[in-house]
Write a new protein. Structure first.
Length: 296
C-alpha cells in the first residue's frame, strides 16, 4: 500500500455529472487529500460531491468564477496541495483499489522516473488510446492525419502510429515518451525542476507539453500496466464538442510551434499546421451539416 500521507489528488471538474462522485470515491481512501478544482460548472456535479462527502475533511473544493481551462486549474490545485506527490486525475476516471499504490511504488522505486501513468481502460475493458504513446512529432502527425498508419505493417519504420495501445501489453512498467493527462502521478523533485503545467493551453496537448518537458529535462516517464484506471473519455466535453475541438486544434498548433520550430523545416511545420486546421474545418463543416439536416 502506498503511504497516503504523501499524495494529494487533483481533479479538475467541468460539468462531470454524477460520475464525479464515483471518481472521488475510487481514490479518496488511497490518498491523503482530494483537491477538486471546479471550472464554473453549471450542472449538479459539485452539489452532489458536497452532499456525498459532507464532513469529510479529505475533500477540498476550489471554485473558479470562470472556466480557466484544464492546465490553469491543475496549477491552482497543485499550489493548494498540502502533500508532495501529486496525482492528477480526470473526473471521468475510476481507479482500481490498488492502482494508486502501484503507481506510487513504481515511481518511488525508480530514481530516474519523474512521472507515471496507469493502464487506461475503456468501459468495455479494452485498452484506451493515449495511455502510452510516442511524442506526436510533425511527421507522425501527418501519418495520423492522412490515415497512413493503416500501411504501417508494410513500412513499420516509416509509418509510425504515436498511440501504442495496439501493441502487446507489457508485463512490467516501461519507459514511454508520453502518457495521458487523465492520470498522472508526478515526483516533487521532477516538478521542482520542470515547473508546473503551461497554462497557455486551454484544453488538450498540455499533457504532451508537460511530458516533453519532463523528458527533455532528463526524467523518465513510465507506463504502469498493473495500475488499471477506467476512463469514460469525454464526459466533460460532450456538451460543447465544437468548442472542445477548437481548443484541441489550437493546443496542437501551440505544441508544434513551441517544440519543433527550430528542429523542423518551416515548410513541413506549416504543412502540419495546415493539416491540423484543415481537419478542424472538416469537423466544423460536418457538424454544421448535421445541424442543418436535423432542423429539416
Amino acid at each position: 500500500m502506498s503511504n497516503p500521507s504523501t499524495i494529494s489528488t487533483i481533479i479538475v471538474n467541468y460539468n462531470a455529472g454524477a460520475g464525479l462522485v464515483t471518481c472521488i470515491q475510487s481514490v479518496i481512501d488511497q490518498v491523503r487529500e482530494v483537491i477538486l478544482v471546479d471550472n464554473a460548472s453549471r450542472d449538479s456535479s459539485i452539489a452532489l460531491a458536497e452532499s456525498h462527502f459532507a464532513g469529510d475533511a479529505r475533500l477540498r473544493i476550489i471554485r473558479n468564477d470562470t472556466n480557466l481551462g484544464f492546465a490553469a486549474a491543475c496549477n491552482i490545485g497543485a499550489r493548494a496541495a498540502q502533500y508532495p506527490y501529486w496525482l492528477f486525475l480526470n473526473p471521468d476516471c475510476i481507479c482500481a483499489d490498488s492502482s494508486v499504490a502501484e503507481l506510487y511504488r513504481v515511481l518511488t522505486a525508480n530514481p530516474k522516473a519523474g512521472m507515471v501513468g496507469g493502464l487506461l481502460l475503456n468501459l468495455d475493458g479494452s485498452e484506451q488510446a493515449g495511455g502510452r504513446r510516442l511524442t506526436p512529432t510533425p511527421g507522425r502527425t501527418l501519418v495520423s492525419a492522412f490515415g497512413l498508419q493503416r500501411f504501417a505493417k508494410r513500412w513499420p519504420e516509416l509509418l509510425v502510429d504515436f498511440n501504442l495501445h495496439q501493441q502487446p501489453l507489457p508485463a512490467a512498467p516501461i519507459s514511454v515518451e508520453a502518457i495521458s493527462g487523465a492520470c498522472m502521478l508526478v515526483k516533487p523533485e521532477a516538478v521542482a525542476e520542470v515547473g508546473l503545467w503551461d497554462d497557455a493551453y486551454f484544453l488538450h496537448c498540455e499533457d504532451l507539453d508537460w511530458c516533453m518537458r519532463f523528458v527533455r529535462a532528463g526524467w523518465e516517464i513510465l507506463f504502469v500496466p498493473s495500475a488499471p484506471i477506467t476512463h469514460a473519455q469525454g464526459v466533460c466535453s460532450k456538451s460543447r464538442p465544437l468548442f472542445v475541438e477548437w481548443h484541441k486544434h489550437k493546443g496542437m498548433t501551440r505544441f508544434y510551434r513551441k517544440f519543433f520550430r527550430a528542429s523542423y523545416s518551416l515548410p513541413l511545420l506549416w504543412l502540419v499546421i495546415a493539416a491540423i486546421w484543415g481537419r478542424f474545418a472538416l469537423i466544423a463543416a460536418t457538424s454544421l451539416f448535421r445541424k442543418l439536416v436535423r432542423r429539416n
